[in-house]
Design a protein around this ligand. Structure first.
Ligand code: GDP
Ligand code: IMO
Ligand code: MG
Length: 426
């Protein structure tokens, strides 16, 4: 029988805890593959008292018996990749044979990062609040059919690099954005290109399809979140890749018929990093309290994450777009001490109320309902029968509202603090 590709996706604004769940699930799969994004991602994994933050490398890397793949839908910065991989090697993980990189993945040049800064500066107040990793400009060059791919590094690379760099420098000069020096960065980047050559740089789509034909199962690890998707997110305050389940097929080269379960990862509350509409945002001490307890500071940029209550309008939309079969609720423990937990059930603007995602989420306010908190620490809970009754009632309520089972509940950052509910059949 053919294998399946299960997708594990962040279904809100990213940072839902994807890395933790992928790491936890890895023993159940043969391959873990990233299909979109690049070093804008920061996936935190904690086990045995150790903490790692992965950016380009899939979160299946800590199980040394598994193949990890960086797929064609990803963008890769050789210097950052080298630093990330070397950190893992220093920690004792051998990577080279079990980390395959698609030859079709696009390269983030140092000048892409400068362009990212220049475009943001030009937008002024309307800036996206990007991670500054050159994501937008790299995907733009891909779509414009002028980008450089991993497979390009073997032939006449210096000339190809210089040509694209010259084009970028011209744009920067036109924008009067000339106060930068990338010479040091460029040396590190070229060292990264050489370093990458020790990894299998392959046609990963063919490899993955061959593995599926042999009955092997693949876990596709999402990056970012559905509301940051280039098509389905809160455009233009989005990232530049396809972060939703459709992106799994294009970003790995696997057919839609190979997709099995679609796990939608969300937090018991909401966060967003960067600019853009966020109707549930709390500007008061409750927002600060969620940020403090949940340590909601960016894993990549250290920025404060904006915090708010859970948003059922956004979740229903993301469940629809992705075809989520199983929900995964993270960071439930962060709300342990709250007497009342609020839930956004609709948006309102100019007397109009909607419970479906509007075209433009700007200017809408959240309509919330109150639920009673459970007021008990969840951190030590390991089985569903240990759920405090009020927490069980909250989970049941969300499942009803979202018409989708919550199959997994996470109650702490550690690998161990993960509960698979018996009803999930996993
Ligand atoms: P990702 O980008 O989706 O992989 O998520 P991040 O790693 O950026 O952010 C998730 C943060 O929450 C990390 O610091 C995790 O260690 C932490 N975390 C994950 N699950 C839980 C949980 O259930 N409870 C708590 N308190 N922290 C969690
Ligand atoms: P993970 O995988 C949260 C946000 C940025 C910005 C917008 C565009 O860790 O969940 P970009 O640099 O991609 O052009 O920035 O998207 N963003 C993320 N927010 N988690 C992420 O990744 C993100 N990756 C990008 O803050 O608002
Ligand atoms: Mg993150």
């Amino acid at each position: 029988m053919k294998g399946k590709v299960d997708a594990l996706l962040g279904i809100v604004f990213g940072d839902e805890g994807k890395g933790k769940v992928v790491d936890y699930f890895t023993p159940r799969y043969d391959v873990v593959a990233r299909f979109a994004g690049g070093p804008n991602a920061g996936h935190t994994i904690i086990f045995d008292g150790k903490k790692f933050v992965l950016r380009a490398i899939p979160s299946g890397i800590f199980d040394e018996s598994k193949l990890n793949v960086i797929g064609n839908g990803c963008v890769i910065a050789p210097d950052l990749f080298m630093a990330e991989a070397q950190e893992l090697e220093t920690a004792g993980y051998a990577l080279t044979e079990r980390l395959h990189i698609s030859r079709r993945a696009h390269l983030i040049l140092p000048t892409h990062r400068v362009l990212d800064r220049a475009y943001e500066a030009a937008k002024g107040k309307a800036k996206v609040g990007t991670t500054g990793k050159g994501i937008g400009p790299t995907y733009s060059d891909k779509a414009a059919r002028i980008g450089l791919r991993v497979g390009d590094i073997f032939e006449n690379f210096a000339a190809k690099y210089e040509a694209l760099k010259a084009r970028h420098l011209q744009i920067l000069s036109d924008l009067h954005f000339t106060d930068f020096d990338i010479s040091e960065e460029e040396r590190e980047w070229m060292a990264g290109v050489e370093y990458m050559k020790k990894f299998p740089l392959t046609d990963t789509e063919t490899e993955l399809n061959e593995l599926l034909a042999q009955g092997k199962n693949i876990l596709a690890e999402g990056a970012q979140g559905s509301l940051l998707d280039i098509d389905h997110g809160t455009y233009p305050f989005v990232s530049s890749s396809s972060t939703t389940s459709g992106g799994v097929c294009t970003g790995l080269g696997v057919p839609p018929s190979s997709i099995g379960r679609v796990y939608g990862v969300f937090k018991a509350y909401s966060t967003r990093v960067g600019s853009g509409p966020f109707p549930v945002e709390l500007f008061d001490e409750t927002g600060d309290r969620i940020r403090e307890i949940g340590h909601e500071y960016g894993a990549v940029t250290g920025r404060n994450r904006r915090c708010g209550w859970i948003d059922l309008v956004a979740l229903k939309y993301a469940i629809m777009i992705n075809g989520v079969t199983d929900l995964v609720m993270m960071k439930s423990d962060v709300l342990d001490t709250f007497d009342t937990i609020r839930v956004c059930v609709a948006y309102e603007k100019d007397g109009i109320r909607t419970d479906t995602m509007p075209y433009d989420t700007e200017g809408w306010t959240a309509v919330c309902e109150d639920r009673s908190g459970w007021r008990e620490p969840l951190g030590a809970v390991r089985e569903e029968n240990q759920f405090p009754p009020a927490f069980k009632a909250y989970v049941d309520y969300l499942e009803r509202e979202l018409s989708t089972p919550i199959s997994i509940v996470s109650v702490g950052p550690d690998r161990e603090a993960t509960i698979i509910r018996p009803s999930a059949g996993l």
